[in-house]
Ligand binder design. Sequence first.
Ligand SMILES: [Zn+2]
Length: 153
Amino acid sequence: MASIECEMCGKKTAKTTKIRVDGAILNVCDDCARFGKPVDAVRSFNSLSSEHSENPKPVTMPEKPRTYSAPLRSKPVYRKPKEDLEAMDIDPDYAIIIKEAREKLSWTQEELAKKLQERKNVLSSIERGELMPDIRIARKMEKLLEVKLIQKA
Ligand SMILES: [Zn+2]
């Protein structure tokens, strides 16, 4: 009676089973058979895995029809200020312009302030360049002093 050595544990056995362990095919005893996959089973396993690795056809999503009902980019809306006040700027040299025009008319700060219906402090601040006259005062000054203070932006 011929006995075969188990290729895994070396035990002498009458019957071996072919198994695959880490890619190698071994003839092992029944005890060791569980450590690998029987070759017959391996074949079916391979076919199974090859089926598995088959790449399914990429699913192409139907392209959505583009709708042009709403434009993607809408023009920025510029709000026009009621009286164009924000589109106007006071001449950066307002302090000199006002002071020179006032002195040309031989008005004191107090006189001009009175005509402008503003406090003298306000006017002197403006003439020192510390306070920028608002459009309302600038318009009055333009009329009184016959100067140009407001610049259209
Ligand atoms: Zn064995």
